[in-house]
Design a protein around this ligand. Structure first.
Ligand code: TYD
Length: 211
């Protein structure tokens, strides 16, 4: 539970439009007078910016466990510096990627054991779990930015992205109360955003946070 505020995460494969959708949601909530913090992983803190560079620079070799631990270090700092303080003040925190990304990418994609990923992340987050996770549902074949400049993790190819996507689907099935999947394929930005707003307003109302 996200303490006093509400903790919302966006998840999905590379190129699914998370940033655009998160921005539009944040603008909408702010216009309605909510106190909102928009943030992301990896790289939202001073330490995180340096870790992000180490993680995503093409050409660097990182062992899968080293990658997991750098992401967890980024997350620990982010929770401590940004997410928990904002929730404590009653804000809605909208975060692009969180623990589910590590389970999907480092677990599904790289093959690390989910149990290990959860253990490390429990330490990193102190057990802080999102209240709502919006999974942008886009088959990797449709989202994979072949022509685009890719970072080290994106550049792992379509098979990797498929395993990531399968892990996300399983996570959503395992925790239906937390996850809401929103179809992106073949739909415009506005239609996707309308679904997201409906879902978020409904959850806020259920928590007694009427905007
Ligand atoms: P992000 O900045 O969200 O990239 P994009 O806009 O392409 O989705 O994330 C950068 C990369 O880091 C992305 O390929 C996903 C990866 N990542 C992990 O592999 N594990 C994690 O725990 C996180 C937070 C990100």
């Amino acid at each position: 539970m996200g303490a006093d505020g509400m903790f919302i995460t966006f998840e999905g494969p590379d190129g699914c439009g998370k940033t655009t959708q998160a921005r539009l949601l944040v603008r909408f909530l702010k216009e309605r007078g909510a106190s909102v913090v928009h943030t992301f992983e990896p790289g939202a803190t001073g330490l995180g910016r340096e870790l992000r560079r180490l993680l995503l620079e093409p050409g660097r070799h990182l062992s899968p466990v080293a990658e997991l631990l750098l992401l967890a270090a980024d997350r620990a700092q982010h929770v401590d510096e940004v997410i928990r303080p904002a929730l404590k003040q009653g804000a809605v925190v909208v975060c692009e990627r969180y623990v589910d990304s590590s389970i999907a990418y480092q677990g599904g994609g790289l093959g690390l054991a989910e149990e290990d990923i959860r253990r490390v992340n429990d330490v990193a987050t102190g057990g802080l779990s999102p209240d709502l996770t919006i999974l942008l549902d886009l088959d990797p074949a449709g989202s994979f930015r072949k022509g685009a400049v890719q970072d080290r993790i994106e550049g792992r190819g379509l098979e990797f992205q498929r395993r990531v996507w399968e892990a996300y689907r399983r996570l959503a099935l395992d925790e239906p109360a937390r996850f809401v999947s929103v179809k992106v394929e073949g739909r415009g930005v506005d239609a996707v955003q309308a679904d997201i707003r409906r879902i978020v307003m409904d959850r806020l109302a259920k928590r007694g946070m009427v905007l």
